[in-house]
Design a binder for this molecule. Structure first.
Ligand code: FAD
Length: 317
C-alpha cells in the first residue's frame, strides 16, 4: 500500500498542517514498508517536504487552480493517487482538507476516516483512532476497502523530522471544465501578526472584557507570546472584534498548543471549537465558570488585574 499526501500550501509554501501530515504519512509508510509521495498545487517548496520524509512530489502548476476549488482539487488528487499507485491518501483536517477529503474518498471509492488522532492501531485490519462528538469521545474505525482516505486532526501528531532525498516531477492532470466553472477567492484575515489556523498559541477574550476598548491588554499579551488573538461568539456578534476571530462550534476551530481564555464562560459551543488545543488556561472571576472544568490551569481573578501582571512577568523572561 503506497501512501500519497495532499500537500496543502498557502502562497506557494507548505503550511504546518502539511508538514504534520508528511510526518504522519512517513510513520505509516515505514510500518507498511513503503514510501510517501505528495501532490502539490502551485507550490514550490519541495525541500520542506523532504525534511519530513516525502520521497517524491508531483508538482501541478496551473493558473486555473490558483484558487481553492474542491471538485477540481479532488480530481487532481485522485489522478495523482492513480499515477503513483497509492491506495492510502492522507491529508489534514484543515478547512480545505475537511471539504476535500470526503470528495477524494468518493472519487477513489475509498473508505474514509476524518479527525484521525494517532497512528493506525493496526494496519491489518486497518484501524484508526478518531475523535467524535466535538472531541468529547474517541472511536476506533476499521477501513475495510482497498483504497483509504484519512484526514488527520491538526496538531494531533506533531512534526517529526526525517530527512530524505526528494524527486520532483511535473504533473499535468486532466481538468474537467465543469469543475472550474466557479471561482472561490480566499482572503487571510490577520488582525495580529499570526493567523489563528497556524498559531501555536492563541489568546482569546470573551464578554467578561466588557468592551472593545479593553482589548489592548489581550493584544499586548498576544504580542509578548507571539500568539494569535481570538474571541467568543458574542464578542464578534457585538462588533467588538472581527468575525474572523470568532472561535468555537460556529466559528474557527483552534488546535493550538496553548489556548488562553480570558473572561470566557466556557459554554459547550465555545469548548467544541477549542478543545483540541493541548493546554488550556482560563482567567475568570467566577470560580463556578464551566471553563474551569475543561482547563489545565485556571486563575480565579479579575482579568483587568491578572492579564497586565501576567504580561509583565512574561516580558521579563
Ligand atoms: P459570557 O457567557 O457572558 O461569559 C463571560 C464570562 O466572563 C463569565 O464567565 C464571567 O464570569 C467572566 N468575567 C466577567 N468579568 C470578568 C473579569 N473582569 N475578569 C475575568 N472574567 C470575567 N459561542 C462561542 O464562543 N463560539 C461559538 O462558536 C458559538 N456557537 C454557538 C452556536 C449556537 C447554536 C448557540 C446557541 C450558541 C453559540 N455560542 C458560541 C454562544 C455560547 O453559547 C455562549 O453564549 C458564548 O460562548 C458566551 O460567550 P462569553 O463566554 O464570552 O460570554
Amino acid at each position: 500500500m503506497s501512501v500519497l499526501i495532499f500537500a496543502e500550501s498557502n502562497n506557494g509554501k507548505f503550511n504546518k498542517a502539511t508538514l504534520e501530515v508528511a510526518s504522519y504519512a512517513k510513520a505509516v509508510a515505514s510500518s507498511l514498508g513503503t514510501s510517501v509521495s505528495a501532490v502539490a498545487i502551485n507550490a514550490n517548496d519541495s525541500d520542506a517536504l523532504a525534511q519530513y520524509g516525502v520521497e517524491k512530489i508531483l508538482n501541478v502548476n496551473n493558473t486555473s487552480l490558483e484558487n481553492f476549488n474542491g471538485l477540481a482539487y479532488a480530481d487532481v488528487i485522485k489522478q495523482a493517487a492513480e499515477k503513483v499507485g497509492a491506495s492510502l491518501v492522507v491529508m489534514s483536517s484543515t478547512t480545505d482538507g475537511k471539504f476535500l477529503s470526503p470528495l477524494v474518498a468518493c472519487n477513489l471509492n475509498a473508505g474514509y476516516a476524518s479527525n484521525v488522532v494517532a497512528l493506525p492501531e493496526s494496519t491489518s485490519p486497518f484501524t484508526v483512532k478518531r475523535t467524535a462528538f466535538s472531541n468529547k469521545a474517541f472511536n476506533i474505525t476499521e477501513l475495510t476497502s482497498d483504497n483509504k482516505v484519512i484526514a488527520l486532526a491538526k496538531n494531533a501528531f506533531g512534526l517529526q523530522e526525517n530527512q530524505v532525498t526528494i524527486t520532483e516531477e511535473s504533473f499535468e492532470p486532466t481538468l474537467n471544465d465543469a469543475h472550474l466553472a466557479s471561482k472561490v477567492e480566499s482572503v487571510d484575515k490577520v488582525t495580529g501578526t499570526v493567523t489563528i489556523a497556524d498559531a501555536e498559541i492563541v489568546v482569546s477574550g470573551g464578554r467578561g472584557l466588557k468592551g472593545p476598548e479593553n482589548w489592548g491588554m489581550v493584544e499586548d499579551l498576544a504580542a509578548t507570546l507571539g500568539a494569535a488573538t481570538a474571541c467568543s461568539k458574542p464578542v464578534s456578534d457585538l462588533g467588538w472584534r472581527p468575525h474572523s476571530e470568532h472561535v468555537g462550534q460556529t466559528g474557527k476551530p483552534v488546535a493550538s498548543n496553548l489556548y488562553i481564555a480570558i473572561g470566557i464562560s466556557g459554554a459547550i459551543q465555545h469548548l467544541a471549537g477549542i478543545n483540541s488545543s493541548k493546554v488550556k488556561v482560563v482567567i475568570n472571576t467566577d470560580p463556578e465558570a464551566p471553563f474551569f472544568k475543561a482547563a489545565d490551569y485556571g486563575i480565579v481573578g479579575d482579568a483587568f488585574e491578572v492579564v497586565p501582571k501576567l504580561n509583565e512577568k512574561l516580558k521579563a523572561f
